[in-house]
Design a protein around this ligand. Structure first.
Ligand SMILES: CC(C)(COP(=O)(O)OP(=O)(O)OC[C@H]1O[C@@H](n2cnc3c(N)ncnc32)[C@H](O)[C@@H]1OP(=O)(O)O)[C@@H](O)C(=O)NCCC(=O)NCCS
Length: 226
């Protein structure tokens, strides 16, 4: 796994650490500020504000626009830029303890996920979210490697589910991936040909793992229903 962000054509990735400093909310919309105000924990609020502020500044830089002037579709799910409308722009966000990440793609579907390497998931919980062959692969790994191997696999699966725009609804047992090197073993029918997908994984900080899933040339096309 590399320490540096992946380079893919038309894909822009930004990652920022989130510390105790309150992030600047000045470019956020009234809706985003209201949502930020509703977080029970300050750490969650800072992650959210950093991720959404960063998405605005990255997209504004790429489009030559004002970050505060961008508008996103309401209603949750995969974030979607509606003003200015850019037909082939896709976007994905992730935030977790100590980190926020954003990926923007022109001409392809994009999904990003970050996790703290210190996150621990009980093996019986982990197995519920893995395909049978993924669980067998994890079981065959040395015991001391399993927690980080699970996180490597999990971030790839989340990034893929987010690229599809389905999140948890994709059914995490319906597709199979592998880290090191990051790749698809089996994808659900609605994802199209596995060869069109690219996966990348890196450590944006010594304490975090990040994954990116990208499919070239599907933006604007409708994906099949699950
Ligand atoms: C919501 C989900 C898309 C990702 O959640 P997550 O990995 O916990 O959180 P992340 O910060 O990485 O991603 C959240 C962002 O994904 C985006 N998102 C939400 N729904 C999405 C969807 N259907 N498709 C793509 N992106 C989506 C949003 O931008 C959201 O951030 P926002 O609410 O601030 O706008 C979904 O896959 C999920 O609920 N996963 C958690 C399941 C889980 O934890 N299981 C236990 C495993 S051990």
């Amino acid at each position: 796994m590399t320490m540096t962000e992946p380079t893919l054509p038309g894909v822009h990735v930004r990652v920022l650490p989130v510390d105790e400093t309150e992030a600047d909310q000045s470019a956020l919309s009234p809706d985003e500020r209201q949502r930020a105000a509703r977080f029970a924990f300050a750490a969650d609020r800072r992650q959210y504000v950093t991720a959404h502020g960063m998405a605005r500044s990255l997209i504004a830089e790429l489009l030559g626009a004002d970050p505060a002037g961008l508008r996103f579709a309401a209603g949750g799910g995969k974030p979607r830029l509606i003003e200015p409308a850019v037909a082939d722009l896709d976007l994905s966000l992730s935030h977790a303890a100590g980190i926020a990440a954003c990926a923007v793609s022109f001409g392809g579907l994009i999904g990003i996920d970050v996790e703290p390497l210190a996150r621990r998931v009980a093996p019986r919980v982990a197995r519920r979210f893995l395909a049978t062959d993924e669980a067998a692969w994890l079981e065959a790994r040395p015991p001391e490697c399993r927690p980080e191997d699970f996180l490597a696999l999990w971030t790839l699966k989340e990034a893929f589910a987010k690229a599809l725009g389905l999140g948890i609804q994709v059914g995490f047992g319906r597709f199979s991936l592998r880290p090191d090197p990051p790749r698809a073993i089996h994808l659900p029918r609605e994802a199209g040909a596995a060869r069109a997908w690219r996966f990348a994984q890196w450590r944006p900080t010594p304490l975090h793992v990040a994954a990116l899933a990208w499919r070239d040339g599907l933006c604007g096309e409708r994906l099949g229903k699950v």
